[in-house]
Design a protein. Structure first.
Length: 360
């Protein structure tokens, strides 16, 4: 089964909702000019990605006695708000605004999450479905659970047995469902494994899909695809690019050096369904998802950011979440990233606003 590339209506709707949070003018393709007529400093991370702004407004804050941090996923919600999940089993509503190159953020509401068995999930991936309910992954089992808007669990999606954490399956603890996205049309859901299954090549992870007949129908398990990560990195998030392709965030950490964060564009349209392939190896015949580097975020200008531990660029931290929030006047995707501070003094909860031009 292929991921659909023809149905774009739902994505257009979600982008229209996301555009409500954008308060500033769209990025022009030409360099900005200062009052003196000289070119402003470049904000290019690459030929395809520009950073607009960052914000540390949420760092080390609390809301109703709950720590606003450990954030692992973002999604555009109704009314232009941003939904965010914490891996400490909370869902937040964020008010994120951008104006004149400045990004601001505030946590507005918070609700606890429990699964259908009353247990607190290790929440990692988030989708706001077309009916306003939330689909949230937990990497403990792993699982994908649907929640009402008030945070009540109502349904668990089926998960292939091999993706369960060992000894029940072949997945490694803390290396399961990290990312989640809904494809255009709302009929295909995709979750990304952070790390490889036991028996697979260590740098090949699986993307699991679910299919449904329409909004309100139940998701059933669909195809799997193999995706090769850069050496030493894992997949921390995926998002639909709106045209059948995926934005993929790869991330890693090296003590004494800091974080590596790279943004890729992945095209599953010619990849093989590997749901029946027991082991994905270098010598195997399965065609993997093709990927194109959009930017290494270490190459972004730092914009005056500071780091609390060694980093190749002080702008970087443990970036885990990604949401597509709109389009610029020039047709670039506008994306929002968030870092997970793990509730540590040496890490920062930081939001980043970027523009991405998709290559053909």
């Amino acid at each position: 089964m292929r991921l659909s590339t023809s149905i774009i209506g739902a994505m257009a709707m979600s982008l229209a909702i996301g555009a409500a949070l954008v308060q500033g003018a769209a990025y022009a393709d030409s360099p900005a000019l200062s009052a003196s007529g000289s070119s402003a400093p470049s904000r290019d991370c690459s030929d395809l990605v520009r950073i607009r702004a960052f914000s540390d407004d949420l760092d080390k804050k609390t809301l109703d006695g709950v720590y606003v941090g450990n954030l692992s996923a973002l999604a555009v919600d109704r009314g232009g708000r941003i939904a965010a999940v914490s891996d400490e089993s909370y869902i937040f509503s964020l008010d994120v605004r951008e104006k004149a190159g400045s990004l601001s953020a505030d946590a507005v509401t918070v609700a606890p999450l429990t699964d259908l068995n009353g247990r607190a999930p290790d929440s990692e991936g988030l989708v706001v479905d077309l009916d306003g309910t939330r689909l949230i992954t937990s990497e403990t089992e792993p699982s994908v659970t649907r929640y009402d808007r008030d945070g009540t669990a109502v349904e668990a999606l089926p998960v292939p047995a091999a993706l369960a954490v060992a000894p029940a399956g072949r997945a490694v603890h803390n290396q399961t469902f990290e990312g989640l996205t809904l494809m255009p049309g709302g009929r295909t859901l995709v979750a990304s494994m952070e790390g490889a299954l036991s028996g697979d090549e260590t740098d090949v992870v699986r993307l699991q899909t679910w299919r449904r007949a329409g909004v309100g129908k139940h998701f059933e398990t669909g195809a799997q695809y193999g995706y090769r990560v850069d050496q030493g990195l894992g997949v921390s998030e995926i998002q639909s690019a709106g045209d059948g392709r995926l934005l993929v965030l790869e991330r890693g950490f090296t003590a004494g050096v800091g974080n590596t964060v790279r943004l890729y564009l992945a095209d599953p349209s010619r990849a093989d369904d590997v749901s029946g392939t027991e082991n994905l190896t270098a010598g195997g015949s399965a065609r993997l998802v093709h990927k194109t580097l959009l930017a290494d975020l270490a190459d972004c200008p730092s914009l005056g950011a500071t780091a609390l531990q060694p980093q190749p660029n002080p702008l970087l931290d443990n970036i885990e979440g990604l949401a597509v929030t709109g389009r610029t006047a020039a047709g670039r995707l506008r994306i929002l990233l968030v870092s997970d501070d793990n509730e540590r003094k040496t890490q920062i909860t930081r939001l980043y606003s970027l523009d991405v031009r998709l290559p053909r």
